[in-house]
Write a protein that binds this ligand. Structure first.
Ligand code: SF4
Ligand code: SF4
Length: 393
């Protein structure tokens, strides 16, 4: 939650009139909106939020309830996939939050400082290790919903330049095992791997979602500087991959657009080498484990390549789709920390959908979803961890 604003305030959202007018109020997006499913309140739906954006754009006046309805959106983009009119909801929401952050107290100093930290990997890793020790001493409240953090991390070493593995910020500090598994698979496929590491520390996705456009652009510019060359950039975080694939629009430079074209979600990359993966898998075991596959929103609704996860898992396990049409799990980057009650209610629906598969293990290709679902008591693995373990790495 943001610090409360008393009364009304003047604000210029700066939204494009055509985008605002593109919503025809059909309501087809409503069943796909996790916050509407929880509250059943019109203003917590995409249609309701767009109506509020229209109203505030017309009057130039907002209030705390406007901030709250905007802040409560998980930015899952389920509404964009469902919308027959092509409403660019995601860019409208990011612009609205940026206007709120610049012109109101929407993002207080303590939150801005937290996001600043993400762009400073040594500080982040050091603070994470201290937090991990405090966890072992039971000094970190469980209501924060943090996963068990590692005190130390396995070393990652560059072996060549065939392909770059983007390691990011929180993912590298908290879940480096997933990077290790990614590198192991790529090397098993005969590729030499360059680790992006601190040369390109943070893609700025969480900052973009929070409306901190200045911080997000600074992070994006660092990544573009740090990842020069022509090698493909492999990303194992759905949210980071979606952000890197939007750098051209974020920075508006030729270099950023060129980098975008080199970015692949790790499964999107591996699916182009499916024959080699099949060879690594060997003969299919009739008793292969059934694994429920949770499609992260940033793969299903933004990158739109979620089926690649199912395809690359198939030689190793039996991937089982959920029957909830890709409804969000409630993680939403930092959303589950800021809105624990709504995030938990949204997660309950996902846990029910996973339960209906009868699987005891879940595969999820996004760190935020992994941690949020694990916090709900599920056995969650990144797909690359399942593959790496299957090939004996
Ligand atoms: S982005 Fe997700 S949470 Fe936000 S309005 Fe759209 S469907 Fe609802
Ligand atoms: S956002 Fe799209 S689907 Fe939702 S009400 Fe507007 S036009 Fe209909």
């Amino acid at each position: 939650m943001s610090d409360s604003v008393t009364g009304t305030f003047n604000i210029a959202l700066g939204l494009d009139a055509d985008s605002l007018a593109s919503c025809v109020s059909c309501g087809l997006c409503l069943p796909h909106c996790p916050t509407y499913r929880v509250s059943t309140e019109e203003m917590s739906s995409p249609r309701g939020r767009i109506a509020l954006m229209n109203e505030v754009s017309r009057t130039g006046v907002g209030d705390q309830s406007f901030i709250d309805y905007m802040d409560e959106c998980i930015q899952c983009m389920g509404c964009e996939t469902a919308c027959p009119a092509g409403v660019p909801y995601g860019s409208m929401m990011e612009a609205t939050r940026e206007a709120l952050a610049e012109q109101t107290g929407y993002q207080p100093r303590w939150r801005r400082s937290g996001f600043w930290f993400l762009g400073h990997p040594r500080l982040l890793r050091g603070a994470s290790s201290i937090l991990a020790v405090l966890q072992r001493l039971h000094l970190v409240p469980s209501r924060l919903g943090l996963p068990k953090l590692p005190i130390t991390r396995p070393r990652l070493r560059s072996t060549g330049e065939d392909v770059i593995v983007f390691t990011g910020c929180v993912m590298d500090a908290w879940m480096r095992d997933v990077h290790v598994a990614t590198v192991e698979i790529l090397e098993a496929l005969g590729l030499k791997v360059h680790i992006s590491g601190d040369e390109a520390p943070c893609c700025g996705a969480l900052q973009s979602h929070a409306g901190l456009g200045g911080q997000a652009r600074a992070r994006a510019a660092e990544v573009v500087m740090g990842l020069k060359g022509t090698a493909s950039i492999v990303v194992n975080s759905a949210g980071c991959g979606a952000q890197l694939k939007n750098f051209g629009a974020i920075l508006g430079t030729a270099e950023a657009a060129a980098l975008e074209s080199r970015v692949f979600d790790v499964h999107e990359f591996l699916v182009t080498r499916l024959d080699d993966l099949e060879a690594l898998a060997g003969e299919r075991d009739a008793e292969r484990q059934r694994v429920a596959v949770q499609d992260p929103c940033h793969l299903r609704h933004v990158q739109r390549n979620h089926l690649d996860v199912h395809a690359v898992l198939e030689p190793f396990v039996v991937p089982v789709s959920l029957d909830d049409e890709g409804l969000c799990c409630g993680a939403g980057g930092a959303y589950s920390v800021m809105h624990p009650d709504t995030a938990s209610s949204v997660r309950d629906r996902k846990i029910d959908a996973i339960g209906r598969t009868g699987c005891s293990m879940v595969a999820s290709a996004n760190p935020g979803c992994m941690m949020h679902l694990a916090g709900g008591g599920l056995d969650v693995r990144h797909p690359v961890e399942i593959i790496a373990a299957s090939i004996g790495r």
